[in-house]
Design a protein around this ligand. Structure first.
Ligand code: ADP
Ligand code: ZN
Ligand code: ZN
Length: 724
C-alpha cells in the first residue's frame, strides 16, 4: 500500500503531494496524521489518499514511520472538499489544509480527543480505611448515579481519592471518544411564539436546497435560525451558522449561548489560540454541535450537518481576500450538498447575485416582509446638503438632524450616528501648493487622528507626525479632508455638552472587551448618542434607539466599483434598521449631496425589489456580474521591474487566448492597480470580463497560464469584492 501525503510546512518546496509506502502492520486511514522522514528530518504529514500503486519509482519511496493519532484528523468530507477547492479555487492542497485545522494542531500539540468516564467495578470486594471519607463519597455518588459519570463531575472530590480507588480496582475508568450532550433548551432563554411568516419559513426550509431568506430588518430572522437549529439538533444532526465578523457581537453570542448552552462553539478572530483550539476540539469531538463564527467557521470539523446558515449573506467579508482565496458560499454549498442538508442564506438586502439566482429558481425564495413588532419601518427623510449650504449651513449636521437630535435628547431616548470613516479627517493637504500627506509605503493619503495627534495609514497602520507646515512650500495653511467619526463626536459634544456620547470604530475597539463595554454603556445611558462606522450597522437591537443619522450617505456611492450602488443600498437599509425596533417609533435622517440618486429613492421606500430590478437592468446592459464574470490577476512585489515583466508575460499569453476565443471576452486590459503601492509593494493588474457561457473555460485556461509563472506575488480573483 502507498499513501499520498501532504507535508505540513509553510515552505514552498513542500507545497505538493508526496508518496510514501506503508509498512506492513501499520494501521492507517485516509485523513490521519503521520510522522515521516523528509530529507534529513522527521516531519508531520497528513495522508490524503491510500492507493495500491505508486507513480514514483517504488524503490525510492520511503516508508511512513508512525501514525500520530489513531483516528483520522481530517474526515472524509473534508478530504473531498480539499479536492473540490483545489480545483475550483486553484489552490494547493497544503494551503487548503491550513484552513481546515488549527495551527495548534499542525504544530503537533494535539491532545487525544478522549474524555474519561467512571463507574463502579462490578462485584468488587473492598474495605476502605476510616479516613478515606472522600473515597467513600465518590463510591456513594457513583452508586446513586448508576451510570457512567464524567471526570468533570468528579473533580470536586479530589484527584488523589479518585486515583486510589482506581488503583485498588474499585472503580473503573473508560475513555470514550465521542459523546453527545443531551439537548435541552435552557430555562433562562425566552421562549418565543413564531408569527405566521416565521412559521411558514420553517415549514418551507425542509429539503436539501438553497434557500434565500429575504427578511426586512427586525423581521425575526435570528429567531427562525434558532428554530431551524433546534430542529436539526433534535434530529441528532449538527449545524453551522456564519455571521460577518463585524456582527459577532456579544449580543448574538449570548443569545445563542443562553438558548443552546455548551452545544455552541464560537470560532472567531477574537479568541486566543488556546480558546480556538478548545472550541475546535469540542466540535471535532461532538461535544459542541453548533459552530458559530465568521467565514472560516465554514470549515468547522462537524459531521452529519443538518443545516448551514449564512446570515447577512451579502457581506463582502464572506470572500477571503488574502491567500488562500475562497468564497464562503461555494464551500457552504459543497458541504450542504455533501450532507444533503439545507443551505440558508439570510439577508434584508440580498446580493444582486443571490437574488438573481432566486429569480431563476436556483435558490428558493422565502420572505419575511414585516417587522415582528408590527411597526412600520422607520421613515427615512432625505436631506439635501447642497440646500443646507445655500442656506448658509456648511457644518456636518443639517438643521433637520440637529432638530431631531435635540428632541431625542429632550425625550431621554437614544440616537445612532453613522459615518463610515474613522479618524478625524480623511486627509491633510496644503492649501497653497496642493501637497497631500501620503504614506511612505502605500499610495494612499494619511488620515488625521486628532486624539493622538498623528497621521495614520489605514492600509498598513504606519503612523506619521501631523502636518503643521507644508514640507514642500512651507505654507502653514493646511486643509483637512472629509469628516471622520472623531470629528463628529467632537462637534456633537459642542451641541450637547452634558449628554453621553460614545464612539465605536476600529480605533475604540482594539482591546478584547471594548466592543462589549461601549455597547453596555450605551444601553444603560439615557439619553445617549452612539457614533460609529459600519460596526454599528448590524445586529444591534436597542429598544430606545429612535433616531438614526447617516452623516455622509454618498461616501460609498462614488467608488469606481460596479457594486457601489448595491453597497450603499445595503448600508442604508442596515443602519436604518437599527431604529424603532421596539414600541417606540423610529426615524432616519439621511444626508446627501445627490438626493435624486436612484439608490436613495429605493432605499428610502424600503423597496428592495425596485432597487433589484433597476440594478439588474444596469448590470445587464453594461455587462457586469452576475451577467459576466470578472477576473482580476493582481501582481504585487517590492520589485517593480519584476512585477511589470511578469505582468507582460502573462498578458501576452492571455491576448493569444483572446485571439482563439474572441467571443468570450467583453473586456481585457493590463494596468497599474488603483492603489499603486501598498506596504511598499508595487501593484499591477490584468482585468478581464468574460461572457458567462465561456467563463469556466477561460478561467481554466487563464489559470494554466498563471501556473506557469512563479505563483509568489500573483493573486487570482473572481468577481473581487474590492477593486482597489
Ligand atoms: P432580524 O435578525 O430579522 O433583524 P431578530 O431576529 O433580531 O430580527 O428579531 C428582532 C427582535 O424580535 C428580537 O429581539 C427577537 O427576540 C424578537 N422576536 C423575533 N421573533 C419574534 C416573535 N415571533 N414574537 C416576538 N418577538 C420576536
Ligand atoms: Zn505646500
Ligand atoms: Zn501605509
Amino acid at each position: 500500500m502507498f499513501a499520498e501525503v501532504i507535508i505540513d510546512q509553510e515552505a514552498k518546496a513542500t507545497d505538493r503531494v508526496f508518496e510514501y509506502s506503508i509498512p506492513t502492520g501499520l494501521n492507517v486511514q485516509e485523513g490521519m496524521r503521520v510522522r515521516l522522514p523528509f530529507g534529513k528530518r522527521i516531519v508531520q504529514g497528513f495522508i490524503i489518499k491510500l492507493k495500491e500503486d505508486a507513480n514514483f519509482e517504488k524503490d525510492k519511496i520511503k516508508p511512513i514511520i508512525a501514525t500520530i493519532d489513531d483516528f483520522p484528523c481530517i474526515k472524509k468530507e473534508m478530504l473531498e472538499l480539499m479536492q473540490f477547492m483545489a480545483k475550483k479555487n486553484h489552490l494547493t492542497l497544503a494551503s487548503i489544509l491550513r484552513l481546515f485545522i488549527t495551527s495548534e494542531m499542525r504544530e503537533g500539540k494535539v491532545k487525544p480527543l478522549y474524555k474519561s468516564y467512571y463507574s463502579l467495578a462490578e462485584n468488587k470486594e473492598y474495605v476502605l480505611t476510616k479516613t478515606a471519607r472522600k473515597q467513600q463519597e465518590i463510591i456513594n455518588y457513583l452508586k446513586n448515579r448508576n451510570e457512567l459519570v464524567s471526570a468533570d463531575e468528579l473533580v470536586n472530590f479530589g484527584y488523589s481519592s479518585l486515583k486510589s480507588l482506581l488503583d485498588k480496582g474499585i472503580i473503573i475508568k473508560e475513555n470514550i471518544k465521542k459523546y453527545r450532550q443531551p439537548f435541552t433548551i435552557s430555562a433562562e432563554s425566552k421562549k418565543i411564539v413564531l408569527n405566521f411568516d416565521q412559521k411558514n419559513a420553517l415549514k418551507e426550509i425542509n429539503g436539501d436546497e438553497t434557500y434565500l431568506l429575504h427578511g426586512v430588518t427586525g423581521s425575526g430572522k435570528t429567531e427562525v435560525y434558532m428554530h431551524l437549529i433546534e430542529r436539526v439538533l433534535l434530529e441528532n444532526k449538527n449545524a453551522i451558522m456564519l455571521v460577518p465578523e463585524i456582527s459577532l457581537t456579544p449580543q448574538i453570542m449570548s443569545n445563542f449561548k443562553s438558548r443552546f448552552g455548551n452545544l455552541v462553539a464560537l470560532l472567531h478572530s477574537g479568541l486566543s489560540a488556546g480558546e480556538r483550539y478548545d472550541e475546535w476540539n469540542r466540535l471535532f469531538d461532538g461535544e459542541a454541535r453548533i459552530a458559530i463564527g465568521a467565514r472560516s467557521a465554514i470549515f468547522a470539523p462537524l459531521e452529519d450537518l443538518g443545516i448551514i446558515i449564512i446570515d447577512e449573506e451579502h457581506e463582502a467579508s464572506y470572500t477571503s481576500e488574502s491567500n488562500p482565496r475562497y468564497n464562503t458560499h461555494d464551500i457552504a454549498l459543497f458541504r450542504a450538498r455533501y450532507n444533503k442538508c439545507p443551505l440558508v442564506l439570510g439577508s434584508a438586502t440580498p446580493s444582486i447575485e443571490s437574488y438573481e439566482k432566486a429569480k431563476n429558481g436556483e435558490y428558493k425564495l422565502i420572505e419575511l416582509p414585516v417587522r415582528v413588532n408590527g411597526k412600520e419601518m422607520p421613515k427615512i427623510q432625505i436631506v439635501d446638503m447642497m440646500n443646507e449650504i445655500r442656506m448658509g449651513n456648511s457644518g456636518i449636521f443639517s438643521s433637520q438632524l440637529l432638530a431631531d437630535l435635540t428632541s431625542v435628547i429632550n425625550n431621554k431616548k437614544q440616537a445612532m450616528i453613522f459615518l463610515n470613516r474613522r479618524g478625524y479627517s480623511s486627509f491633510m493637504r496644503c492649501r497653497d501648493c496642493g501637497y497631500i500627506a501620503k504614506c511612505e509605503d502605500c499610495d494612499v493619503s494619511l488620515v488625521y487622528h486628532k486624539e493622538d495627534q498623528r497621521l495614520k495609514c489605514h492600509y498598513c497602520g504606519k503612523q506619521f507626525k501631523v502636518l503643521t507646515r507644508c514640507p514642500k512650500c512651507g505654507s502653514e495653511s493646511i486643509k483637512k479632508g472629509a469628516v471622520g467619526t472623531q470629528q463628529v463626536v467632537e462637534k456633537l459634544k459642542e451641541y450637547f455638552s452634558d449628554v453621553k456620547i460614545l464612539r465605536m470604530d476600529n480605533d475604540t475597539t482594539t482591546t478584547k472587551n471594548s466592543h462589549q463595554k461601549i455597547l453596555e454603556e450605551f444601553k444603560n445611558s439615557l439619553p445617549a448618542i452612539l457614533v460609529g462606522t459600519q460596526m454599528i450597522a448590524k445586529g444591534h437591537d436597542f429598544e430606545n434607539v429612535v433616531l438614526v443619522g447617516i452623516v455622509d450617505a454618498d461616501q460609498s456611492l462614488y467608488h469606481s466599483d460596479y457594486r457601489s450602488s448595491e453597497r450603499t443600498f445595503q448600508l442604508i437599509t442596515q443602519v436604518a434598521g437599527r431604529a424603532g425596533r421596539s414600541e417606540y417609533e423610529g426615524k432616519v435622517v439621511l444626508q446627501t449631496y445627490a438626493p435624486k440618486h436612484y439608490v436613495y429613492k429605493f432605499a428610502s421606500n424600503y423597496d428592495y425589489k425596485g432597487f433589484f430590478r433597476k440594478e439588474e437592468n444596469i448590470r445587464q446592459t453594461s455587462l457586469f456580474p452576475p451577467f459576466t464574470r470578472i477576473i482580476r490577476i493582481l501582481f504585487s512585489s517590492h520589485d517593480e521591474n519584476y512585477v511589470r515583466e511578469t505582468l507582460k508575460v502573462c498578458y501576452n499569453e492571455i491576448v493569444k487566448l483572446k485571439e482563439n476565443f474572441h467571443d468570450a471576452f467583453v473586456y481585457l486590459d493590463a494596468m497599474k492597480s488603483p492603489i499603486k503601492r501598498i506596504q511598499d509593494k508595487f501593484r499591477y493588474q490584468i482585468m478581464m470580463r468574460l461572457k458567462m457561457q465561456y467563463a469556466d473555460l477561460i478561467e481554466d485556461e487563464v489559470f494554466k497560464i498563471i501556473n506557469k509563472l512563479s505563483k509568489e506575488n500573483v493573486y487570482f480573483e473572481i468577481n473581487p469584492q474590492n477593486l482597489s
